[in-house]
Design a protein around this ligand. Structure first.
Ligand code: 0A1
Ligand code: ZN
Length: 896
């Protein structure tokens, strides 16, 4: 549907629906070209809005008849809605018949075909592409669904809930009827019909109920479902143990589909997943894939309570379910990781992701509050702000009320709202009400600014030590820059977990002025004003000022501008008891070096103190390999660019790239012997296991290998590149095969070419590996324009296609979002390519196009000539009259 202007939807305009739909009986005659849908609804007028017409949503479907209580009635179409007037004042039966064309549905929203099977995707507004309905989350109905299809082509027929009937029909067709016992909004409806096989497992929950868990895939993929099934079982167990939430269905199904716009979808009892987040075996999936599968399986399963049992009143409340469910899946993954150090590694990874994706969003043209105020295309608001920042908001609440208080708050939330469609206010209120007197409850209104105000607060910390008085005076201040539509911000409530260290890194006992006695070595300060001062006392006999360790565990999503004291950072890197801040100190030390080179335009020259500190970490026998890998991995180019942008310095991507490359090669050279040791000391010969400890060892060995291959260019060594090539040939798992391939690619070694060819030949029938094969090439750091040239050539490769979102993203999202070194070119060819591809994808998949379009969000931060050239590309795209509302919203905002 292409219309001139799409109206803005505003949160403040919410009104209850004119009618309720209490139950739906759907029947489908499935046919790829033309599917017939019969939709019988029990409708009840909303007593609060008597006499109003019923306006049903519908999109890209063909209406064939409308009956009210069995009689045909007149209707009209208005603004894409079906309007029925003069309806009974009492509950009535409404029957709609319509058709749709699944095989023509390339938007992958509604009912579509993929690989010869039928799938649906209804969130947020896909159900209206299946039949006419009140397609909004506050209308919850009981669903009964009958599927009819050719028995040979579609032996498996699935929908939500329980299978109540099945049988054969004439002409080789068969049918199945499913009944979902729980009322749900239309966005949670799903059906699947196809030639699929499944792995299944029966489990008994703590409450003693039996459940059937199933994972459905295409016939050749059954050997890749074990990890997903294990993750599902672990999720069921975890939600019962941690939150007392048990599975409320006899059957819980996961189905994998290769054409999918997003990661996965929590349809009631019938989760539909992108294959990328289901299929894994050691030969084709990496450690990161294994971790992602566990997280996404958990995420969708946890939605069963946070999203499905309690759902959103309207789409502005999206973070009610998404922020909370991300918080739950992150906690789940931490619990699964086990020990404290492995938990910290997971936290560092999550924070890195937040800073890499969400902070730029919050500083750019798409900045919006966790609960947005308005949208044109709701699909554009499935953002990292709603998801990941939303999770940080939940985490801060948990920090402010403590673990037990948080559990009590969750219990109260379900007690109050089970079966309802509610708001973010309802959620925060429940957590606060369960914890009267807590720092959350006493500041609830100001805390809720996290839902209402966009932008990342900057917190500055200044400390003054008085040896005579034995006091340390810490002043914390906050300021949040303006964001589009929000020029002035009120102070946030910011929990700052902290400790103080002496110069040898020993934790100091903490006592605030006026308190009597010490309260341990770590505490949470609550910064709820523009500026607050905290005086710590009883700090006698120190040889120098204490080193503050602030924002431990990243206790709030803010940018901390601490005093850049190198000595203190080295102390923290060596000794901080908080692993997050230990890593953070390493990051700051690297950032300072990289940025001073970028700013001055002088070549980067690493100092011995820094290199020694890296070596000490690498060789430290008490640290986990995964942690070492994080410390020794330099900050990304995108993160560095944001640091410059925050200070108003124009971003010159090639300069940043040059500084990072210099850092990598100097680390390769100076730590050569250490990398040799690290590689050799982290080889595991046993069977592949994806647990965090083994994964960390592989990550570190692969990091070492990449430095060794890089250094070979300097020394003329052929041994390490040869070893890498050998590993591409015979690695026992895909993580190591990929690590070796990356080492060759990132060093631009001549063996990269034959290595790529081997991987392609060996895995040509594994779609997810081929996606990776494209992405690895697109993500290679640029050298002399060769990477960009390769990407353009790959776009014409016979295996490449824009129709499949995973394949499309493998080249495009990787280039636009992850590889600034290849995208930003003086000749503007990167931006021309961006514009061409966005426009092309937009003709058939607006959701995907709009996401790719966001690759130029930060154009305003660029130095010339990049800035003007990027702007020109945006103007060119926005000048297209036939742009989808989704993509139009993105480019319009970018240019505002
Ligand atoms: N609720 C899903 C995300 C999702 C949203 C929209 C979709 O339509 C293309 C698909 C999935 C989740 O949070 O996992
Ligand atoms: Zn979700």
């Amino acid at each position: 549907m292409r219309e001139g202007t799409t109206p803005l939807v505003r949160r403040e305009d919410y009104t209850a629906p004119s009618h309720w739909i209490r139950s739906v009986d759907l029947s489908f005659d499935l046919d790829p070209a033309k599917t017939l849908v019969i939709n019988r609804m029990q409708v009840e007028p909303n007593a609060a809005r008597p006499g109003e017409p019923l306006r049903l949503d519908g999109e890209d479907i063909v209406l064939t008849r409308v009956l009210v209580n069995g009689e045909s009635i007149s209707f009209r179409n208005e603004g894409g809605q079906l309007v029925l007037e003069n309806l009974p004042a009492e509950p009535f039966a409404l029957e709609i018949r319509n058709t749709c064309a699944p095989e023509k549905n390339l938007e992958l929203s509604g009912l579509y075909t993929s690989g010869g099977s039928f799938f649906t995707q209804c969130e947020a507004q896909g159900f209206r592409r299946i039949t006419y309905f009140l397609d909004r989350p506050d209308v919850m109905a009981l669903f009964r669904v009958t599927l009819r299809a050719d028995a040979r082509s579609y032996p498996v027929l699935l929908s939500n809930g329980n299978l109540v009937e099945q049988g054969r029909l004439d002409h080789g067709r068969h049918y199945a009827t499913w009944v979902d016992p729980h009322p749900k909004p239309s966005y949670l409806f799903a059906l699947v019909a196809g030639d699929l096989v499944c792995r299944e497992q029966r489990v008994r929950s703590r409450s003693g109920r039996d459940h059937l868990l199933q994972v459905y895939v295409r016939a050749g993929d059954l050997d890749k479902t074990e990890h997903a099934m294990n993750s599902l079982i672990a999720s069921v167990v975890w939600d019962e143990a941690r939150f007392g939430l048990s599975l409320d269905l006899e059957r819980f199904m996961i189905v994998a589909v290769s054409d999918f716009n997003m990661g996965a979808m929590e349809n009631k009892g019938l989760n539909i997943f992108n294959t990328k987040f289901v299929l894994a075996n050691p030969a084709t999936a990496t450690d990161v894939d294994y971790g992602n599968i566990e997280a996404v399986v958990g995420h969708e399963y946890f939605h069963n309570w946070t999203g499905n049992r309690v759902t959103c009143r309207d789409w502005f409340q999206l973070s009610l379910k998404e922020g909370l469910t991300v918080y739950r899946d992150q906690t789940f993954s931490q619990d699964m990781a086990g020990e404290a150090s492995a938990r910290a590694v997971k936290r560092i990874e999550d924070v890195r992701q937040l800073r890499q994706m969400q902070f730029p969003e919050d500083a750019g043209p798409m900045a919006h509050p966790v609960r947005p105020e308005q949208y044109q295309a709701i699909d554009n608001f499935y953002t990292t702000t709603v998801y990941e920042k939303g999770a940080e908001v939940v985490r801060m609440m948990a920090t402010l009320v403590g673990e037990a208080g948080f559990r009590a708050g969750m219990d109260l939330y379900f007690q109050r709202h089970d079966g309802q469609a509610v708001t973010c206010d309802d959620y925060a209120q429940a957590i606060a009400d369960a914890n009267p007197g807590s720092p959350l409850a006493t500041r609830l209104d100001s805390f809720k600014r996290w839902y209402a105000q966009a932008g990342t607060p900057r917190v500055s910390a200044r400390g003054v030590y008085s040896a005579e008085q034995g006091s340390y005076t810490l002043t914390l201040s906050q300021h949040t820059p303006a964001t589009p539509g929000q020029p002035v911000k009120a102070p946030f409530v910011i929990p700052v977990a902290m400790g103080l260290l002496d110069s040898d890194g020993r934790p100091l006992l903490l006592q605030l002025d006026g308190e009597n006695g010490y309260s341990g070595t770590e505490r949470v300060l609550v910064l709820d004003q523009a500026s607050l001062t905290f005086v710590f006392t009883g700090l006698y006999g120190l040889t120098s000022a204490p080193v503050p360790s602030l924002l431990r565990g990243f206790s709030a999503p803010v940018i901390l501008d601490a005093q850049a004291d190198e000595a203190a950072l080295f102390t923290q890197l060596r000794h901080d008891t908080d692993p997050f801040n230990r890593w953070e100190a390493a990051q700051r030390l690297a950032v300072q070096r990289l940025l001073s080179a970028v700013r001055s335009g002088q070549p980067l020259q690493l100092d011995a103190a820094w290199l020694d500190a890296q070596r000490v970490v690498l060789r430290d026998p008490t640290l986990d390999a995964a942690f070492k890998d994080l410390v020794l991995t330099p900050p990304s180019a995108g993160y560095l660019a944001e640091q410059l942008a925050a200070d108003g310095i124009p971003v010159d991507p090639p300069r940043i790239h040059a500084a990072r490359e210099a850092l990598r090669s100097q680390m390769a050279q100076a730590l050569h012997e250490d990398w040799v040791w690290a590689f050799e000391a982290h080889q595991d010969n046993g069977a592949y296991r994806p647990d965090p400890v083994s994964a960390g060892r592989r990550a570190l060995a692969n990091l070492a290998l990449s430095h060794l291959v890089l250094d070979a260019a300097r020394t003329g060594d052929t041994v390490w590149p040869g070893k890498a090539f050998q590993r591409v040939k015979d690695a026992g798992n895909f993580t190591d095969r990929q690590g070796a391939l990356i080492a060759l690619l990132h060093a631009h070694h001549e063996l990269a070419e034959p290595a790529l060819a081997r991987v392609h030949a060996q895995f040509k029938d594994e779609a997810l590996v081929i996606d990776r094969w494209f992405a690895l090439q697109a993500g290679t750091p640029e050298r002399d324009g060769r990477v960009f040239a390769r990407i353009k050539a790959l776009a014409l490769h016979p295996d490449y296609s824009l129709r499949n979102p995973n394949r499309a993203r493998s080249l495009l999202a990787t280039l636009f979002v992850m590889n600034p070194s290849a995208l930003h070119r003086e000749d503007a060819a990167g931006y021309v390519f961006w514009a061409d591809k966005v426009v092309e994808v937009d003709t058939f998949n607006p959701q995907l196009a709009a996401r790719l379009a966001r690759g130029l969000d930060r154009w305003r931060t660029l130095a010339e000539p990049y800035r003007s050239a990027a702007q020109e590309a945006l103007i060119r795209v926005s000048g297209r009259a036939d742009l989808s509302p989704d993509t139009r919203e993105i480019v319009t905002r970018a240019l505002q």
